[in-house]
Design a protein around this ligand. Structure first.
Ligand code: ACK
Length: 293
């Protein structure tokens, strides 16, 4: 294993090709017959390994330098990650300038499809929704907390949450993720990447990202999962969000729903210092107790 030392974001990465040699070989045999859609880097295909395992393959278009940097960043981050709520990277290969990332296949696609499709959303009952919120929180806590990684996702959204056959959520798409050093709690960037509507105000406006900017995106996501409404479109309209929040709080009785709405509203507060971190969120979600005042 490599213990990394100081993370240098710009530094070149040695791709873990050795461990993945076999998979890289096997990728010669998969059929890239069906395209699943366009991801952050380029097209995503469904494939099958020689042993029959279904996979999702992200292909990086050769032309984009920026894409190359993000590709390397994603590999670097993901190669080290193992958690039940993160999409597993199975391997990668670079051949003739073409780069492929091979992931486990998530048969139920993305949460974005599920929540906003009229028929599919009916199958998402409240226990499933709560389980999804819980899983996303745990995956995000792992990213933030793992002492080797300390990763800020920066593009958490319904489209980046994939569902497996049991409807367990897994966070995907780490191309925009950044590690941060031990003594750092926030960092600045001039290249703001992510998705408007899910972006914390300080990140959208000043490029300031931290675990608390991920908390904000998580809050938007939670409110979307609970309400089935595109909360991202209420962006920049704090009054609307508050009104909506109060309407939601007034209209439900289950204590778990109330807890989720409460957490969502805490997370979308305008100032990062007022938002809870993921440790707090996970403990609230797990707690049987009354909501704090
Ligand atoms: O919402 P979707 O069906 O789920 O469409 C997008 C598309 O590829 C572009 O990102 C799908 N996708 C991405 N990764 C995977 C995966 N590991 N398993 C299944 N589908 C995936 C995503």
């Amino acid at each position: 294993t490599n213990d990394g030392g100081n993370e240098d974001q710009g530094q070149d990465l040695e791709l873990p090709l050795v461990e993945f040699e076999e998979i890289a070989k096997a990728t010669n045999n998969f059929s890239l017959n069906n395209k699943l859609g366009e991801g952050g880097f380029g097209p995503v295909y469904k494939g099958t390994l020689v042993d029959g395992q279904e996979i999702a393959v992200k292909r990086l278009s050769k032309t984009s330098n920026q894409g190359l940097h993000e590709f390397k960043n994603e590999v670097k981050c993901i190669a080290e990650l193992q958690h039940r709520n993160l999409v597993r990277l199975l391997g990668c290969s670079i051949e003739d300038g073409e780069m492929l990332l091979i992931y486990e296949y998530m048969s139920n696609k993305s949460l974005d499809v599920f929540i906003f499709d009229k028929e599919l959303s009916m199958s998402l009952d409240w226990p499933k929704r709560y389980n999804i919120i819980n899983g996303i929180a745990k995956g995000l806590l792992y990213l933030h907390q793992d002492s080797r990684l300390r990763i800020i996702h920066r593009d958490l959204k319904a489209g980046n949450i994939l569902l497996d056959h049991e409807m367990s959520p897994k966070i995907s798409d780490f191309g925009l993720a950044r590690s941060f050093a031990d003594n750092e709690s926030a960092a600045n960037t001039i290249r703001v990447v992510g998705t408007y509507g899910y972006m914390a105000p300080e990140y959208a406006i000043e490029g300031l990202f931290s675990v608390k900017s991920d908390s904000y995106s998580f809050g938007v996501l939670v409110l979307e999962i609970v309400t089935g409404k595109k909360i991202r479109q209420f962006y920049n309209s704090k009054d609307n969000l508050n009104l909506l929040g109060h309407a939601m709080l007034g209209s439900c009785s289950s204590s778990e729903v109330l807890r989720a709405i409460h957490i969502g509203l805490l997370c979308v507060q305008p100032y990062p210092q007022d938002r809870p971190n993921m440790t707090y969120v996970v403990s609230m979600l797990d707690s049987e107790n009354e909501l704090p005042k």
